[in-house]
Design a protein. Sequence first.
Length: 362
Amino acid sequence: MLQHKDHFHGSDLEKIEQIYGIKKEEITSFSANVNPLGISSLLRETLAGQIDAISSYPDREYTSLRKCIADYVGTDYENILMGNGSTELISLFIQIARPKRAMVIGPTYSEYEREIALGGGTCLYYRLPEEREFQLDVAHFTAQLTEKIDLLVVCNPNNPTSSAIPRSSMRQILDVCKQNDIFVLVDETYVEFADDSDQISSVPLTAYYNNIAILRGVSKFFAAPGLRLGYAVTGNRDLAKAINFRKNPWAINSLAVIAGEIMFRDFAYQKKTKELICAERARIYGVFSKDSRFHPYPPSANFMLVRLLSDELSSELLFDRAIREKMMIRDCSTFPFLGNKYIRFCFMQPEMNDKLAACLMR
């Protein structure tokens, strides 16, 4: 096994190429959590014909796109904010909120803690209980929420655990946060992959609570990370006004606007994606559940966290084994509370899922 200290993100294929000598075009990334269908055929067929759009500025208010997204998520278009990817919106929210003490439910994506620290704040972690399969104990968690906390960040479904908080529980959390003047930022990057997404998404709650904002994008579900099209949903008009005032004008380019309107209305692609992920999620979870060397945690998103129970297995070893067969998984040892006994991988097409399983389980 190659001895190195690198931990790779799903977009770090150039580093892989340098270290392992494998061309990035030959690598199948099970680490990036991107829809295995790739971009929709409708988008591929129609976007090229709209190239002339780059000769003019897009609508500064993005009214048509916001209305399209509002129909897609089920809200008023005035509740939609646009951003150059969800990462820009995370930065803007934290710059405006300037939390002194933020709580993050973890283990989770590191960008939240980074942005909070850049803003001069302190990040506290609430540890998801592994003995409950990383499912949140709502009563225990809400008891930790006090007036000393300014901001709560929730990734739902969570990355890397693939666990989810139902909307009924999120309502309880919001009630306690409202009492303690805590704003809640919910990252729903992966919610569209969930079987019961209509019972997980907090978008309907924005009609009743002004202390919540929801982040989404097109990078994962629509397989378009390079488009840099992100959006947020909030019923807090003062917050929306502050964000629009602070962010750069024309954050979304003309082609991204057109692409967005095509994708959010491509219902056939959305249905095909959900059917594929639903089937493969259940099948691959079943495969790993039958091997005593692995403990897969029940997944809600398009990826699965697995604990390695054998003394002979480590996240570094399995990463190395897979990448040598031109498949990239996520070594989870850099996530808070996880060590070198945890890996994460997303669900791809059936034949590739079988190939990965055979590699990891041999």
